[in-house]
Design a protein around this ligand. Structure first.
Ligand SMILES: [Mg+2]
Length: 271
């Protein structure tokens, strides 16, 4: 069944958008696609901030650390602060230092994520009772072997985010969820996930911003991470059709509160 972006639905949600104090923006597919910036997104951020709204840029992609995203956003012309950028790696690191203080972690992740964990004071070791896997573009068979052996010996299995594929200019490449599927096939153990759409991400967003979730909107292009984060945690969910979701992918179970062609369509509802 083909659906239309329904302007009457947008009108019904005007009041909801006017009550939003914090916009959490997914990045790839929402404010840019790969290296191509969406000018309406730059305009949206500038307008929202001029009206006193807060912005958090949140990505599940923990293969790069927030400093890399910060530089990318500045280069694209966004009004961004380093403190506004949060990744699923940050959510996972916060959980580790609270739930397993001082304990070493075996990380299946990129050097950028290793640096990020080290900056939180997390020790990294092959002798660990905790395995954390992520979108590891430096993955080796040795890392998989070590992770599986530790998990089979009883280590806790955590993962930064559940995404199966990462979009690139050349199509999809295997992401964290696909790597975890291999580890699960070998060990029979399913990881505990962080990032979108999980509760720990919503909690970190409200802690970082100081704004309650009922005055927060998540804007994103993916149903099972961005929109589900909003639906599962009491935030307003805004789907934009500039990334991976097509209107026919929406059904009664995954439907967002608001569906827009692009993020610029929020601008008239800011006040
Ligand atoms: Mg996206």
């Amino acid at each position: 069944m083909t659906k239309q972006v329904n302007s009457s639905t947008k009108d019904n949600k005007t009041d909801t958008l006017r009550s939003i104090d914090l916009f959490v923006l997914d990045m790839d597919g929402t404010i840019y696609l790969g290296e191509r910036v969406f000018p309406v997104a730059v305009e949206f951020v500038a307008k929202a901030k001029s009206l006193g709204k807060k912005i958090i840029y949140f990505t599940n992609n923990a293969s790069k650390n927030p400093d890399i995203y910060y530089q990318k956003l500045l280069n694209m012309g966004f009004d961004a602060e380093r403190s506004e950028i949060v990744t699923s790696g940050d959510v996972t690191a916060e959980y580790l230092i609270k739930s397993y203080p001082g304990q070493p972690v075996y990380l299946v992740g990129t050097p950028a994520l290793e640096q990020s964990f080290l900056s939180y004071g997390i020790k990294l070791s092959e002798n660990s009772d905790i395995v954390v896997s992520s979108f590891d573009t430096t993955l080796t068979y040795k890392k998989l072997e070590t992770a599986c052996n530790l998990i089979r010996s009883g280590a806790v299995f955590l993962s930064t985010h559940p995404d199966f594929n990462c979009p690139t200019e050349n199509g999809f490449i295997p992401d964290s969820g696909a790597i975890n599927a291999l580890i699960t096939a070998s060990t029979g153990v399913v990881p505990k996930y962080f990032g979108k759409p999980h509760r720990e991400t919503a909690d970190m967003i409200s802690a970082v911003s100081g704004i309650p979730l009922e005055r927060t909107a998540i804007v994103g292009d993916r149903l099972y991470t961005d929109i589900a984060l909003g639906k599962n945690n009491g935030m307003t969910s805004v789907l934009v059709l500039t990334g991976e979701t097509k209107i026919e992918d929406i059904n009664d179970d995954n439907s967002p509160d608001i569906c827009l062609n692009d993020i610029g369509e929020i601008i008239p509802f800011l006040n």
